[in-house]
Design a binder for this molecule. Structure first.
Ligand SMILES: CC(C)(COP(=O)(O)OP(=O)(O)OC[C@H]1O[C@@H](n2cnc3c(N)ncnc32)[C@H](O)[C@@H]1OP(=O)(O)O)[C@@H](O)C(=O)NCCC(=O)NCCS
Length: 163
């Protein structure tokens, strides 16, 4: 029998304020657009805020920050530890988060992603997200500014698979 993968082994949890320093140390590893601890706190404690994550050995290795309004949710920030990428952690976290959201009454999910972020776009496409718009020059870039693609997952149902 083969050993369980990191993604299978990781524990899916609801993250809370005590996890914020770990979330930010993961987020800082991104392409220079990490959130501060106060931004993460505001997203968790603001109206409709909810944070999910995967932990390995009790330490967060991936996070997903959402806000919910009525039946809609927005994915505000999302990331996986640089050292654990391409091991299906993002897929596992997104699948489990969408299931929780659907069970809580969310029926559609929106997000914004940089045009240059091919990895995230491929991930979201695999979940059925569709492009619904584009914001010109929305993000600061190394040189000038960069467009955001607006993506929507139009229909979630309770009882989505497991994971
Ligand atoms: C995007 C990100 C979350 C993907 O995390 P991950 O755990 O490596 O992704 P997974 O291993 O679950 O990959 C799932 C799918 O995503 C896509 N994908 C992930 N990384 C990719 C890459 N470097 N290039 C192309 N596609 C990629 C693939 O379709 C992959 O499916 P496959 O393994 O069958 O090919 C991660 O690269 C990250 O944290 N990036 C920085 C933060 C970020 O961009 N967040 C999203 C903001 S909108």
């Amino acid at each position: 029998m083969s050993a369980p993968s990191v993604a299978e082994d990781a524990e899916f949890v609801r993250l809370n304020e005590a996890d914020i320093p770990d979330i930010c140390s993961l987020d800082d590893a991104h392409e220079g657009n990490g959130w501060t601890e106060s931004q993460v706190l505001a997203s968790m404690t603001g109206p409709g805020g909810v944070a999910y994550g995967l932990k390995v050995g009790g330490v967060p290795v991936a996070f997903a920050l959402f806000t919910r309004v009525l039946s809609e949710a927005e994915l505000l920030n999302f990331g996986v530890s640089v050292r654990l990428r391409r091991r299906q952690l993002a897929s596992r976290l997104l699948r489990s988060s969408l299931r929780e959201l659907a069970d809580g009454g969310t029926t559609s999910v929106h997000l914004e992603v940089r045009v240059s972020n091919i990895a995230a776009q491929a991930l979201y496409a695999g979940f059925g997200f569709e492009q619904t718009g584009r914001r010109r020059g929305y993000y600061p870039a190394e040189v000038g500014r960069e467009d955001a693609l607006l993506l929507t997952l139009p229909w979630l149902e309770p009882g989505l698979g497991t994971g």
